[in-house]
Design a protein around this ligand. Sequence first.
Ligand SMILES: NC(=O)c1ccc[n+]([C@@H]2O[C@H](COP(=O)([O-])OP(=O)(O)OC[C@H]3O[C@@H](n4cnc5c(N)ncnc54)[C@H](OP(=O)(O)O)[C@@H]3O)[C@@H](O)[C@H]2O)c1
Length: 333
Amino acid sequence: MEFRHLGRSGLMVSEISYGNWLTHGSQVEEDAAKLCVQAALDEGITTFDTADVYAGTKAEEVLGRALKGVRRESLEIFTKVYWPTGKGRNDRGLSRKHITESIHASLRRLQTDYVDLYQAHRFDAETPLEETLKTFDDLVRQGKVLYVGVSEWSAPQIAQALKIADEMGFDRLVSNQPQYSMLWRVIESEIVPLCEREGVGQIVWSPIAQGVLTGKYLPGQAAPEGSRATDQAGGAGMIARFMKDDVLAKVQELKPIAADLGLSMAQLAVAWVLQNPNVSSAIVGASRPEQVRDNVKAAGVKLDAEVLKRIDDVLGSLVERDPAKTVSPPKRP
Ligand SMILES: NC(=O)c1ccc[n+]([C@@H]2O[C@H](COP(=O)([O-])OP(=O)(O)OC[C@H]3O[C@@H](n4cnc5c(N)ncnc54)[C@H](OP(=O)(O)O)[C@@H]3O)[C@@H](O)[C@H]2O)c1
């Protein structure tokens, strides 16, 4: 495993981290979840990402149990707040009330005294940004949260938060968690240049496009049994954006590029996001331990300019680059 600083902070994170969205507490049983976490630890992953909302709060519980007994100082545990965790009108968003209640519940479920990174899972247009940032700052002072970050915020939203933090002396954002992959590059034109200047690192999600960039989904054919695209309870809806024959056909054309480098397709996909120096870590998901073992081998891999051009030539206009695709709900969900 290789390690990078989280943005300009002093915190080191593993270049590849393990996330449990859609898997722990939902798609996979607890035994399989624990095997994936153990495989991640065995392969040198120290950084784990979850959220209060995943699997209706069960994902944090599963991760807490899976990490029990591991030396806390050897781990970086990340979680998030924003999406609804209950039916009440205050069980959502980034108000002082919900953030405070949600961090306490997350710490209980994760069985830890603090999280290393606390992330605003989207921008909340219904709460003054000062209220959110002051609450985050209070949690840092209380030692319940060591660093603060955001997820899927636009460049103007991140810039505004940094300006307020500087004016008010609040703890600064150190990270953003956006979707980023060969197929989804919407952060490159606005968010990455701003974050490079400001020392904010990207912890990127779905670097394998939820499994699509492994090449296991073939155009015109049924998805392999047990894969995310067959998980009607959750995963199938989320991956649908990429499950189109033109995308799947082009992904097949990446296979010779991976083969020439002696990499699996998943390794090529993860290595690709890690070529961007503003990326602090790539969060991979896995439903089976062998996937974790495959994906971690992308750590430290260098792709030269010719390889990057071959990838761009294959994917061409299928690549999404529109910065306007980074959006938070206009009202709380
Ligand atoms: N901040 C946000 O809004 C947000 C949103 C989404 C995700 N995230 C974070 O990012 C993490 C990763 O997202 P993701 O799960 O979509 O990432 P991903 O790594 O792009 O996709 C993971 C899925 O792809 C398949 N896969 C992975 N490696 C494979 C391999 N070597 N061979 C074959 N199939 C493989 C597995 O699904 P199957 O085996 O089921 O096919 C696995 O669950 C999440 O857990 C979460 O922590 C954050």
